[in-house]
Design a protein around this ligand. Structure first.
Ligand code: FDA
Length: 300
């Protein structure tokens, strides 16, 4: 990232929330389930699948987890009732992973059982490296009882190649992404190309092992590499899916769908939109620049 963009990204926390919200609205479906369902309906009409994410993470009180569990249960019920093509993505810190491991697992189990009873599927999002190990443990423990659960591995972590091999051995359902949290060099690769190479090797390892892989990226280079592997292995369309975030890379998404690939869009919604929106804006200094310019009226 160049110096101007670094400055813009550093200034983002100074921006008033209403302004952040206006510019981040492309990335978030809304505050309510009804708004999120409308977005899923539109995506399904465009031949895209969806995954619903109830926004919220790093809670301070265990009591907050109840609202999240109920919201996911409502979402699962609405998906089934409306015949929508969507699963759900869950962050374990929103269920108290950093506060009380056992309580988090109990709450997660309730979501998992609700999804299982409806024939749906739960993806466990991957958060910062302080919870990687425990998140993977929760995944493998859940996986002993059901196949309707999936893991996420981040290509920037040094450990992820080994995790991918373990997931491959277990025929896990894995979303592979680059990773969005700021991690130190001891924990994560820092260079664009080395992260790309790790990403492609992980995708190849998983696909070659017969895992169902969610290829989550908007990077055209990685999409091309994944397509080459898919062709080399002569994979059926049902063996993998591409995944993208709401509000990002619409053209690439439409091209993949037109070519007949399965594609799922990550649809976040809820009142706790701030942390997620900031991460998306930091990835996109062009938009962040407009915000900061608007704020300071400068030519930053
Ligand atoms: P890269 O960041 O290089 O982006 C490639 C191109 O996409 C950019 O050049 C730009 O054109 C466009 N682009 C990317 N982000 C944009 C934005 N915000 N606004 C506008 N354009 C943008 N991470 C994580 O740590 N844990 C997780 O569980 C998940 N889950 C997840 C699910 C799904 C479906 C996706 C697509 C991504 C995630 N991520 C994630 C985020 C992921 O780790 C990563 O930060 C982003 O996907 C951006 O990385 P790319 O691979 O797209 O490459």
């Amino acid at each position: 990232m160049n110096l101007v963009n670094q400055l813009i990204v550093k200034s983002l926390p100074l921006v008033p929330k209403p302004l952040v919200r206006r510019f981040a609205s492309r990335y978030v479906a809304g505050e309510t389930l009804a708004q999120a369902l409308q977005v899923v309906r539109r995506l399904n009409a465009e031949k895209c699948m969806a995954t619903l994410d109830v926004l919220g993470e790093d809670i301070l009180e265990l009591s907050e987890t109840e609202t999240t569990v109920v919201e996911y249960q409502n979402a699962l019920e609405a998906i089934a009732k409306n015949g929508l093509d969507s699963n759900i993505s869950v962050k374990l810190t929103a269920l108290g992973l950093k506060l009380d491991d056992a309580a988090c697992r109990r709450q997660f189990q309730r979501i998992l059982e609700n999804a299982g009873a409806r024939g749906n599927f739960v993806r466990i999002d991957m958060e910062d490296s302080s919870v990687t190990e425990e998140t993977i443990r929760v995944y493998f423990d859940a996986r002993r009882a059901t196949e309707r659960v999936g893991l996420v591995l981040q290509a920037y972590l040094h450990r992820s190649r080994e995790d991918a091999q373990r997931a491959a051995d277990a025929k896990a359902n894995v979303r592979v992404c680059k990773g969005i949290y700021v991690e130190p060099p001891e924990v994560a690769l820092q260079g664009r190309e080395e992260i790309r190479n790790n990403y492609s090797q992980m995708v190849d390892t998983l696909l070659e092992a017969g895992c169902y892989v969610g290829i989550a990226t908007h990077d055209p280079v990685l999409v091309e590499r994944a397509l080459a592997t898919i062709q080399r292995l002569q994979l059926r369309r049902e063996a993998y899916e591409f995944q993208m975030l709401l509000g990002v890379a619409g053209d690439l998404r439409r091209r993949l769908v037109a070519a007949g690939h399965r594609l799922r869009v990550y649809v976040p919604y809820g009142v706790s939109w701030y942390g997620y929106s900031m991460r998306r804006l930091k990835e996109n200094p062009a938009i962040a620049g407009h915000i900061v310019k608007g704020l300071f009226g400068s030519g930053l």
